[in-house]
Ligand binder design. Structure first.
Ligand code: FDP
Length: 396
């Protein structure tokens, strides 16, 4: 069958099944039939039936969290937080996927709305921030929330003395949103420091101040971190300090299911991911490093490929799975680069290290850095251990 005729046949089949069956069921039938037909066309033999997909037996995120917290009581309280985060991710994923239809692309208020860092806010930046705040607020587990879109950390009034602090970038890579390119939510969870637990009769102003300072902890204090990527599928990847697992949202059952257990970043890759347009302003060591790996003169002898989405979550996700190096270096104009330590670089570094990779500013391990400001930026390089170690030698 010619490709066009085949496509037309598939379209008819899709229309018929859509007309008579629930959407989810027809989708799975169409894809199964199409794959079977494809294999028949390719081999000239009768199609081999695909194994049935039993979503009911899949390891859902909720089941995973339940099993983890049964094994380790300390994770019990994180279960409620992860449950809220997965609801926020599903809600944001839904909005992102329909943004072009529901008029959610474009700038907040038609333009001119900027966050404290001087960046123009998109409509979905603001909405995603509200969704996360609302979802996290009612867990009763959080005392303080810090977000890219908030000028200062926010106290969660419903749970003033709760156990955790959440930091997040509600919609990272949002400059890509109007072109329907990958975006993501990044989050990190710290435990509140002892001195932030406030008595009922405590002086609130002072207590608040202490609580707010709780967001300022080094990455090494993170108890959980993850990201949710809104792309051709919605993927939630996270760590609680015992490895990294990835879950894909199955839209037919509305659940995240475990698709990437125990992610390990390859020891070495063949991809570099930087905004190379900034290279004239980079330090010479970095220029030499990139020149070496792209011409096959680096340690591995391989000629590297360049991939750069310009959306940290997408670029880090690819680096985790395929290996290589991702970075946003400092340069002459912006000595600390662009990425924020607290809710971008540190959570991603935690994930990468948990997956066996490395993360550095080029001079020191990102996880060691004690933040001095909520929106502090930091030069960031992360990925395959051998690639990051090679870069460090060029920057030494
Ligand atoms: P965005 O501004 O679209 O939110 O830190 C934010 C970020 O995207 C990262 O996701 C991305 O890696 C980086 O900025 C891209 O910056 P450049 O456009 O300067 O390459």
């Amino acid at each position: 069958m010619k490709a066009t005729a085949f496509a037309a046949a598939c379209a008819v089949l899709a229309t018929c099944t859509d007309a008579f069956m629930p959407a989810a069921l027809s989708r799975s039938l169409v894809s199964t039939n199409s794959r079977a037909t494809l294999s028949m066309v390719a081999a000239g033999t009768p199609p081999v039936a695909d194994p049935p997909v039993h979503s009911a037996s899949a390891m859902t995120l909720s089941r995973f969290m339940l099993e983890q917290s049964m094994k380790n009581q300390e994770l019990q309280e994180l279960e409620a937080l992860m449950s809220s985060i997965q609801i926020a991710c599903k809600t944001i994923a839904n909005l992102v996927s329909r943004a072009g239809i529901t008029d959610l692309t474009g700038m907040q208020g038609g333009g001119g709305s900027v966050n404290i860092q001087g960046e123009e806010q998109k409509k979905l930046d603001v909405i995603s921030n509200d969704i996360l705040k609302e979802c996290l607020r009612y867990t009763g587990k959080l005392g303080v929330i810090a977000s890219e879109e908030e000028d200062h950390p926010v106290l969660v009034e419903e749970a003033f003395s709760a156990k955790y602090v959440a930091v997040f970038d509600p919609l990272d890579g949002s400059s890509n949103i109007d072109a329907a390119i990958s975006t993501g939510t990044i989050f990190g969870i710290f435990e509140e420091k002892e001195e932030c637990l406030v008595d009922d009769d405590a002086d609130l102003a002072e207590a608040q101040l202490k609580c707010l300072l709780n967001t300022l902890q080094p990455g090494d204090n993170l108890v959980a971190a993850g990201y949710c990527m809104y792309s051709s599928s919605t993927i939630l990847v996270f760590t609680m300090g015992n490895g990294v697992n990835g879950f894909t949202l199955d839209p037919t059952i509305g659940e995240f299911v475990l698709t990437h257990p125990n992610i390990q970043v390859p020891k070495r890759g063949k991809i570099y991911s930087f905004n190379e347009a900034n290279s004239p302003d980079w330090e010479v060591g970095l220029q030499n490093y990139v020149e070496a790996i792209k011409t096959g003169k680096g340690q591995s002898g391989a000629r590297y490929s360049s991939r750069y989405i310009g959306s940290m979550v997408g670029d880090v996700h690819r680096t985790l799975l395929y290996g290589g190096i991702f970075g946003y270096p400092g340069d002459k104009k912006n000595p600390n680069g662009k990425l924020r330590l607290l809710y971008e670089a540190a959570p991603m570094s935690y994930i990468v290290e948990q997956a066996g990779g490395k993360s550095t500013t080029g001079k020191e391990r990102i996880m060691n850095i004690h933040p001095e400001k909520v929106h502090q930026r930091v030069p960031t390089f992360l990925g395959s251990a051998d690639d990051v170690s090679e870069l460090e030698k060029f920057l030494a």
